[in-house]
Design a protein around this ligand. Structure first.
Ligand code: C5P
Length: 241
């Protein structure tokens, strides 16, 4: 993979909050320290596309994390609708197949929109026995499955995949810079892991090849979220920690 200094690494804060009031409070607290937010299922289900419109009006970029998985025609329409509200990134499941990923990419680009599609390979909540049982397979290797599913994402024209920091090396070896890598599960050195099992620091993930860094409670549950975000920005930019 290319060195950290030659790649742009973009931190994104997850707005894992139940309503627009809580979202406004967090966005106001972070101020200029964050210009890219993730809206997930909880907030999108509560507030709908209005939350994307509001973030755009604040000058923020928006990642809409809906993890779409349906027939290609339905996903194309959903991607078109999400991109029209000004989202920059949208997630779909690679398991929907190449045609579905391709339909999402096409829908997200209609009307000149520039929303990019990111594919989920395997949810990190799944372990090997669960995946094997779900898909009627014998024993399987999670990393190999993630790499295989990332191939579906690439063939469908996705801009990147969601992955754990620990899968970056294998994905980078297989796909290099033809895919971008969006990494959650990040914690500052010495910070609480919460319910995440395998965490990594932002700078380690950036150095290992991450393109987008998803920061949740490491920032949002901090006593001073803006200070933590400033530290993350500085360390990722400098590649120093
Ligand atoms: O607070 P925390 O850093 O654990 O939040 C991480 C964010 O990234 C949450 O929005 C979570 O849903 C999301 N995420 C994750 N693991 C994945 C995919 C998404 O933690 N594999």
């Amino acid at each position: 993979m290319s060195s950290l200094r030659t790649r742009v690494v973009t931190p994104i804060v997850a707005l894992d909050v139940p309503d627009v009031a809580s979202a406004r409070a967090l966005v106001s607290q972070l101020g200029t320290h964050c210009d890219f937010y993730k809206v997930g299922l909880e907030l999108y289900a509560a507030e709908g596309p209005a939350i994307v419109t509001w973030l755009r009006a604040q000058g923020k970029r928006v990642f809409v994390d809906l993890k779409l998985h349906d027939i290609p025609n339905t996903v194309r329409g959903a991607a078109r609708s999400v991109s029209r509200h000004g989202a920059s990134l949208l997630t779909v499941h690679a398991g929907g197949g190449v045609a579905m990923v391709q339909a999402a990419v096409e829908g997200a680009r209609e009307d000149g929109a520039d929303c990019e599609i990111i594919a989920v390979t395997l949810l990190t909540s799944l372990d090997a026995p669960t995946v094997a049982r779900t898909w009627g397979r014998d024993a399987l290797d999670i990393t190999a499955e993630v790499v295989r599913l990332a191939g579906i994402a690439r063939d469908g024209g996705a801009a990147g995949v969601v992955c754990s920091g620990h899968e970056l090396a294998a994905l980078g070896e297989a796909y290099g810079s033809t895919l971008g890598y969006l990494v959650p599960g990040l914690r500052l050195a010495g910070g609480a892991a919460h319910d995440q099992q395998r965490v990594m620091t932002p700078v380690a993930a950036a150095a290992a090849g991450a393109t987008w860094l998803i920061l949740g409670r490491a920032v949002t549950a901090a006593a001073d979220p803006a200070a933590v975000m400033a530290e993350v920005q500085a360390s990722v930019t400098a590649g120093s920690v």
